[in-house]
Design a protein around this ligand. Structure first.
Ligand SMILES: *Cc1c(COP(=O)(O)O)cnc(C)c1O
Ligand SMILES: [Zn+2]
Length: 500
């Protein structure tokens, strides 16, 4: 629908109008800094920042039910700037005018209910939200849409000149950064740093295809990150890692969509998300709190972060039940199939701690949990889900494995409905499926295939080489007929088909 097709009363607030009073706020010393400069850490104390809208309370002049209607009506619009996550512009980055919004098809990813058989098999009621259906095939596009829209705004309206964006990545951040930056060429160029051999071939192909400069660095992600931080501290570059607080804002859209898809009713709902650098779980908590603050939802869902036992610093931190005794210790990671979350020193940890505390204050009780799962469980549950019609990556398998862990430990009850974040597209991680099926995992993963989940192609070549068709060498009609009959007969035999 066009805006003018709505009734006059519905036209009010239908389009977000730019506004707000945004600033970077330090999570440690509380200092605020203007957004005119790109900042990643507090110039005063070095801690990570969040972006806040100091005029957020103006949004409370609109009652919650009116907000729900506005956001639902916006779904009917065909304006490119509002087709993606900027439908929630006021909640994320109202300072970005719609003419600067970059829309590449991100957001509004489907929430798919688990098949009846799968629910039965794992004895849980849940769905997957398929964030792999974003343009670069992971949820990272949500954050990049906001970060690069802001950069676009700086270029278009603030004479920012040429910008070089850089990021370190476990694969998906660089894919998303390179894609969105490429759309803004030539004003924006991008460079990405990857841990050599620690991203999948598909993930490596993405920034290469988008024309980014790609640098492979020895070590793991945490080492790459240090190099990128050094670059950001000492050179003129725009950092696109999740230290970039604009990205966190974009990733809040995950919460807005979950809430909207459930008709704003989050009672008895649980959201499960894998934790790597901890940007996503930070954004998800922040997003739900904003909805609550505006009266758009009336209860906060449980949030369960999931980590592999091979990269579990956040789990270890929260496994100490007494908040006064918790000690933050980064860990050295081991090989993980949840490679996109294979991070031992998450940069957003201070955000998690601050936001989880506020979240539980707002909810009036325990609502944030972190569970740990094994590499084996991650693989088994990814494959199990995909065998039931889902499209789940290893991190999505981790979400599902985490749900079962959370149910086992009593954190989630049988009557609750879970939303498991399938954070990337399965195809990016197809190599892990192959290793599982071929029983070819290097020992350090500790993964052994469950025979009933293995699936391998079986070759059908019944005749001698010269009786088989080959490219450029068609068979004579009679020989071809023999080939078709023999091959079909063998397949029918293996499938146990009856003749008709
Ligand atoms: C980045 C990423 C994660 C981890 O998210 P964080 O925000 O770093 O915690 C999980 N899954 C996939 C597919 C990712 O790309
Ligand atoms: Zn500070």
């Amino acid at each position: 629908m066009r805006p003018e097709d709505f009734s006059p009363s519905d036209q009010e607030h239908l389009l977000p109008s730019p506004g707000g009073d945004m600033a970077y706020r330090c999570l440690d010393c509380g200092a605020e800094h203007p957004i005119s400069e790109l900042l990643y850490t507090c110039p005063e104390c070095g801690e990570v920042l969040l972006l806040v809208d100091r005029a957020f309370d103006r949004l409370k002049e609109i009652p919650g039910d009116r907000w729900r209607r506005i956001l639902d009506l916006r779904r009917m619009l065909n304006l490119p700037a509002l087709k993606g996550i900027f439908r929630y512009a006021e909640l994320m980055a109202p300072v970005i005018p719609l003419d600067s919004v970059l829309y590449l098809g991100e957001g509004h990813t489907p929430m798919v209910e688990a098949s009846a058989l799968l629910k039965d098999a794992v004895k849980a009621n849940f769905c997957f939200k398929n964030d792999g259906q974003n343009p670069s095939a992971s949820f990272k596009d949500r954050g990049m849409a906001v970060a690069l829209s802001y950069i676009n705004y700086l270029v278009k309206h603030q004479d920012a000149g040429q910008i070089l964006s850089v990021c370190a990545s476990t694969g998906d951040t660089s894919a998303a950064a390179a894609l969105y930056a490429a759309y803004l060429a030539p004003e924006v160029k991008s460079a990405v740093l990857l841990p050599r051999g620690k991203v999948t071939p598909q993930q490596l192909s993405q920034p290469l295809g988008a024309g980014a400069q790609v640098f492979e660095i020895p070590g793991v992600f945490d080492d790459c990150m240090k190099v990128v931080e050094h670059l950001a501290d000492n050179y003129q570059v725009a950092l696109l890692n999740s230290k970039n607080a604009w990205r966190i804002l974009g990733q809040e859209s995950y919460s807005y969509e979950v809430a909207q898809d459930l008709d704003w009713d989050l009672e008895g709902r649980v959201v499960l998300v894998p934790i790597g650098n901890a940007g996503n779980i930070s954004a998800i908590m922040s997003g739900f709190m904003k909805l609550m603050d505006l009266g758009i939802i009336s209860s906060l869902p449980k949030v369960v972060g999931v980590q592999s036992h091979h990269a579990d610093p956040v789990f270890r931190y929260y496994s100490e039940k007494d908040p006064g005794k918790r000690v933050w210790r980064p860990v050295t990671v081991q090989a993980s199939v949840a490679q996109a979350a294979m991070i031992g020193n998450p940069v957003s940890m201070p955000r998690v701690v601050a936001l989880a505390r506020r979240y539980e204050e707002m909810a009036g009780g325990e609502r944030v949990f972190v569970v740990q799962v094994s590499e084996q469980e991650i693989m088994d549950h990814m494959i199990l889900a995909n065998r039931h019609g889902h499209v789940v990556c290893t991190q999505g398998g981790e979400s599902l494995a985490g749900l079962l862990r959370a149910m086992d430990s009593g954190v989630v009850g049988k009557d609750e409905q879970a939303i498991c974040d399938a954070t990337a597209h399965h195809l990016k991680f197809a190599g892990f499926q192959q290793m599982y099926f071929e029983d070819a995992f290097p020992a350090d993963y500790g993964v052994k295939p469950r025979p009933e989940l293995v699936n391998l192609p079986s070759e059908v070549a019944m005749l001698a080489e010269d009786k088989l068709p080959a490219p450029g060498k068609p068979l004579e009609p009679e020989a071809f007929g023999e080939f078709v009959e023999a091959t079909a007969g063998e397949i029918a035999n293996r499938l146990g088909l009856e003749r008709r």
